[in-house]
Write a protein that binds this ligand. Structure first.
Ligand code: PMP
Length: 420
């Protein structure tokens, strides 16, 4: 008994009480932590909570019948066995061919060899972290940026510096900062269209600035295009990869790695995304994929290919109409119910609106209060900042709520903010 108490006090383990694991873990595991927000968000399962927290598509919009037909077809006829068999690491060739046409329509002429299929674009972010970041290297990211990108990159023990697309910091300044931290700047990561969490789109000039900076620093650009197809207003802006090709003449001469996804358009549960980049990058990523998971699920890639080839644009028209109305409802409700001093973004697409509250507000405390008194959920903004700043910000998602829920939920949130 005494031994047991001593062992517990010292944080070590004895038989029957589990091993003392942390000292066995690699240093990279230290930066993998569950966030307090995730704990709070567990409460969302309760049916009376109005949630603007989840960054997920509305399942009512999934093309379920089309997938039913596509899956049945993949499992019958000539390709019966193939759909359940191992397949190549770079991905199902007909899907990669379809993506060549899709990328060309976005101003990105490329070949099938410039495309690798990934298990969601999240896997691409992990592999790109693995490919580019040695410990103490620097990744340039937005302030705020996609939390999942920080989580993917964190495993490779980088430092972060703030990417300012308005071009007000010099390349020399960035590299000096990175060197003082013991590494080099390796890439700039940005979501150019309807970013998570802000919903903002980078104007063409900002995309050009990022490419200029990347050129001066001789680094890669990671373009996260997860939301690119979800445009509700305004003209399309060419992807950074297209602008890079316009400068350099060919995808092989570019430094931009484009990460696409079918998650927000067709079905996130099938975990199908893609990377489009110069061949040397794709070749390395294919080797990582071989080591990582061999390949993405063959059946899923076949089904995505069938559904995308038969009706991608029709599916997009349906989604855009629904999400546009929800975005409009949320913007109208915010204008009606938020007190002075609160500002928010007006996104042309995507799923998110980003709120900035007056200084002194704490998003996490506000969430706890909001869940208690008004049963409304959102994501406090701090988690999206690499330096843990941004306490007075929060992310609202309009993708899964009806217009009536949005009006009522934002009215309640307005009350919480006034009370805070
Ligand atoms: N990038 C961004 C900006 C995202 O918001 C997400 C999902 N929330 C992803 C990448 C990953 O999505 P997936 O792996 O489903 O393609």
């Amino acid at each position: 008994m005494k031994n047991q108490m001593q062992a517990e006090a010292a944080g070590t383990a004895i038989a029957g009480h589990g091993l003392d694991w942390p000292h066995l873990f690699a240093t990279r595991a230290e930066r993998m932590k569950a966030s307090e927000i995730r704990e709070l968000l567990k409460l969302l399962d309760q049916p009376d909570v109005m949630s603007f927290a989840g960054g997920i598509p509305d399942p009512a919009l999934f093309p379920v019948a089309a997938f039913g037909t596509a899956l049945t077809a993949a499992l019958s006829g000539d390709s019966k066995g193939a759909a359940l068999q191992y397949s190549v690491s770079d991905g199902y060739r007909p899907l990669r061919d379809w993506l060549v046409t899709r990328m060309a329509s976005l101003g990105v002429p490329c070949t099938t060899d410039n495309i690798m299929i990934t298990s969601g674009s999240q896997q691409a972010l992990d592999y790109l972290g693995k490919l580019f970041l040695s410990k103490d290297d620097t990744a340039l990211v937005g302030w705020p940026t996609y939390l999942g990108a920080l989580q993917a990159f964190n495993a490779y023990e980088p430092n972060y510096d703030r990417l300012t697309p308005l071009g007000n910091r010099s390349a020399a300044d960035y590299s000096h900062t990175a060197e003082t931290k013991g590494g080099k700047v390796k890439f700039a990561y940005a979501s150019a269209d309807f970013a998570n969490p802000t919903g903002e789109t980078l104007p063409r000039s900002a995309r050009e600035n990022i490419l200029d900076l990347a050129h001066e620093l001789d680094i890669a650009v990671i373009e996260d295009a997860a939301y690119q197809s979800l445009r509700y207003d305004g003209d399309e802006v060419p992807p950074m990869l297209a602008l890079d090709i316009a400068r350099t003449g060919s995808i092989e001469a570019t430094r931009t790695v484009y990460c696409g996804s079918f998650s927000k358009t067709l079905a996130p549960g099938l975990r199908v995304g893609w990377v489009c980049a110069a061949k040397p990058v794709i070749s390395k990523l294919v080797l990582m994929k071989q080591a990582g998971d061999l390949h993405s699920a063959t059946l899923n890639q076949m089904a995505i290919h069938t559904v995308a080839s038969d009706g991608f644009e029709a599916q997009m028209a349906k989604i855009r109409q629904t999400y546009r109305a929800r975005r409009d409802a949320m913007l109208a409700a915010l204008a009606k119910h938020m007190p002075d001093g609160v500002s928010w973004t007006r996104p042309d697409g995507g799923m998110y609106i980003w709120l900035t509250l007056p200084e002194g507000f704490d998003g996490a405390a506000l969430l706890a209060q909001s869940l208690k008194t008004e049963r409304v959920a959102f994501v406090p903004g701090r988690a999206f900042f690499a330096d843990g700043s941004g306490a007075n910000t929060l992310r609202l998602s309009f993708s899964c709520a009806s217009e009536a829920t949005i009006e009522e939920g934002i009215k309640r949130l307005g009350r919480v903010v006034r009370g805070g």
